[in-house]
Design a protein around this ligand. Sequence first.
Ligand code: NDP
Length: 296
Amino acid sequence: MSAKLIDGKAFAATVREKVAAHVARLKEVHGVTPGLAVVLVGDDPASEVYVRSKGKLTVDVGMNSYEHKLPVDTPEADLLALIDRLNEDRDVHGILVQLPLPDHLDESLVINAIDPAKDVDGFHISNVGLLATGQESMVPCTPLGCLMMLRDHHGSLSGLDAVVIGRSNIVGKPMAQLLLGDSCTVTIAHSRTKNLPDVVRRADIVVAAVGRANFVPGDWIKPGATVIDVGINRIAAPEKGEGKSRLVGDVDFGSASLVAGAITPVPGGVGPMTIACLLANTVTACCRAHGLAEPK
Ligand code: NDP
């Protein structure tokens, strides 16, 4: 491997330390404790793991965590009523509805019911519009974490060619907006993109958010490029024993790490930064709600 490893796990730990220090000051000086409410509908095992880990890390940095677990057949009106109560609750500064929701629930209706000021996932239509127009908003956690790692590695991103593979509302599109905001020349690639390998080969920065295991091979990567692998894919790992599995990204780490200048691993790259940014967004929401200085 010749690429520098971008250690998202270690970076996320420093972000959480800063969040914890800010939370401690908010409590001591202003008597305010930031609170994050997480709503989980149904019993999807992966979502349950995420929610548990978010709750634990929220408490670890000194914030209040409010978990709301609702049955899989919860009527939409009940979920909207809970969101209304959380919107009104002055102890709750951030609200996160764990996605995906069961099929009978209208995801955009639910997300847009959240008070935009408490929308720490940054998915509310108002926050999407604010981000697109370069105004103060809540920024989606996964792309924000990617941007922080890129800024940390490069310093300025100005003028760099960036290719984002994936155009989802939660990763690809906001990632492209953020890179544009940092003056990259941005290409968004997707399943209809022609000559994808050649498009990717132009990039100084590659952000892969495709959802396909090891999709981007090393020979698509320009030598020295920075590769941010958002993908989380579980694949069979017979080498670990029968029925075992392991997590891999959307980038073929083995071949890409021989060519790239820097690369994030999976696990231990984007994932931990996503949760750290969620905590940071909750502190930001709390500071804005109380008219206090936001963390830098
Ligand atoms: P989506 O399925 O919503 O989007 C995937 C995107 O990849 C789509 O835009 C799709 O294009 C594009 N795509 C699919 N196949 C191809 C192809 N053959 N060539 C080019 N583009 C293709 O996924 P998400 O954005 O929600 O997530 C992407 C990955 O990131 C997943 O692995 C997910 O688990 C992971 N993830 C990780 C997070 C973290 O914290 N680390 C957080 C969120 C997601 P089209 O639009 O044309 O269909």
